[in-house]
Design a protein around this ligand. Sequence first.
Ligand code: ZN
Length: 456
Amino acid sequence: MKDYHAAIINKWIFPYSIKLRKGDFKSKMDEAMQNQTLTREEIRDLQFEKLGELIQHAYRFVPYYRDTFKQIGLSPQDIRTWEDFEKLPILTKAQVREYNQQFLSEKQRTPLRNYKTSGSTGTPLKVFTSEISIASEYAARFRALNYYGVNIGDRVVQLSGVDRYTHTTGFKKAIGNRLYQPFKNFIFNRSVLPVNNISEEDLEHQWQFLQAYKPTYISGLSSALHYLARYIDDRGYDSGSLGIKLITVGGEKLFDFQKEILERVFKCPVADIYGSYEIGIAACSYPCGALHTNDDFVIMEVIKSSPEDEYGQIIATRLDNWEFPLIRFNIEDLAPQLETHHDCSLGLPFCKLDQIIGRHFDQIKLANGRVVHGTYFTGLLTKIPGIRHYQVNQRELDRFEILAVIDEDKYSIEGASIIKDRMNALFGPVEVTITPVPSISSEASGKFRVVRSDLV
Ligand SMILES: [Zn+2]
C-alpha cells in the first residue's frame, strides 16, 4: 500500500518546513542529484569555486577571518590553487571555543540554528548552522539513502540518546516531552526510542514497538542498535517480518562486528552516516560499499604529521555554512586515508574515506544489569555551567568518579548536586564524586574518552 503520509511529507511538509526558515531543500536536492553525475575533475572545480566564494565571504564579513588573513598576510586573491588552500592554518576546536562569536558572519542570509555539540570528546562546543547548510545536509543524506530505496518522509524509528528536555523542568518539560515532540514526530512520520539506561524489558518494548509501528528504516547509534539486534537474535525473533529496508547509523564508530550482526538480524543493509554539527553530513555509505565524502558540500582532507603515520587527522571545510564558516576544521577524528580516485561501481565521482577510528562512546554496566550509554553523560554534563572537559570513570559497580576541568567563575555547587541527583535517580543509589583536575589525558589514539570503566 502506498504510504500517503510519507508522500505528503516528501512533497510538501518537509520542503516547506525548511522554506519557512528561508532554506531551499528542493534546489539543494536537485543540485545534489546533478552533482553525482559529474566527473571527478568537475567536482574538484566545483569545490574550488564554492571555496573561493566562502573565503571571500569570510574575509569580508567574518571578524575571525578578517583578522586571521591580516595576520598571515594573505587576501582571498592569493588562494589561487589547491596548494595555496593547503597553506591556510588548520582550525582547532579550542580556537572555535575561544573565539566563538567572532566566527559569526555580520551578513546572514537565513536564521541560524545553534547547537551545543554533545561533546563526544568530553568538551562541549557551540556552533551555528544556517538553514541553507541544513538543506545541504539533508540533500547529501538522502542522495545516499535513495540508493537504498529510502526517501524523505518514509517512516523511521530513531534510537536516540538525546533528550532535548533533560535540563528543563515542570511545565516546559511536560509540554516539550508530551506534546511538542510527539506532535512533531507524528507530522514527520517518525518515532524516537530512548537508548539510555536500557533494561531487558526496554529491549522487549523496542522489539514490540517495531512490530507495531512498521518503520521503513531505523536510524540510531550503532551500539544501541547492536544491543537490540543481539536481544532479537538471542530470543530467536523473526525480524525479517518487519520488512525494514535499511539501518542508518551515526554519531559513533560503527564496528565491523556490529555491522555484521545488524545486517544478519534485520536482513537489510547498514549505512554509516558520518558527520557532526561542526562539519555537517561529511560522508555517507553507498551500496558500492564505500563511505563516500560529500565533496560538493564539504572539502575533506586527511592529514598525517609524517608519512609513516598509520592514521591522519580528518580536516573538513563545510562549503555552505557562510554564517559560521569553519575553514580547515580539525574534527579530531582519525582515518588512515582519503582515497581520491576510488574506482566506484556506481560511477560516483566522490572520494572514499577509509575506516574512521575514534568515535567510540563507551557504555557502563550497572549493578542491576542495566546499561547506560555514554551519550547519557554527554547530555547531562554538557549543560552544567562551568564544566569545560569531563570524563566519567566507573571505579566500582556503584561508585563513579567524574574528572572535571572546571571554570571556577561559572561552576557552582548546584551543578554538582544536579549531576548527583540525576545519576541517583536513574541508576539507583550510587556514590558520585566530582574531582577537579587541570586537564584530562587522551587515549593512545588521540581521542578523549567520555566514559571509562575500571571494571572491564
Ligand atoms: Zn562508490
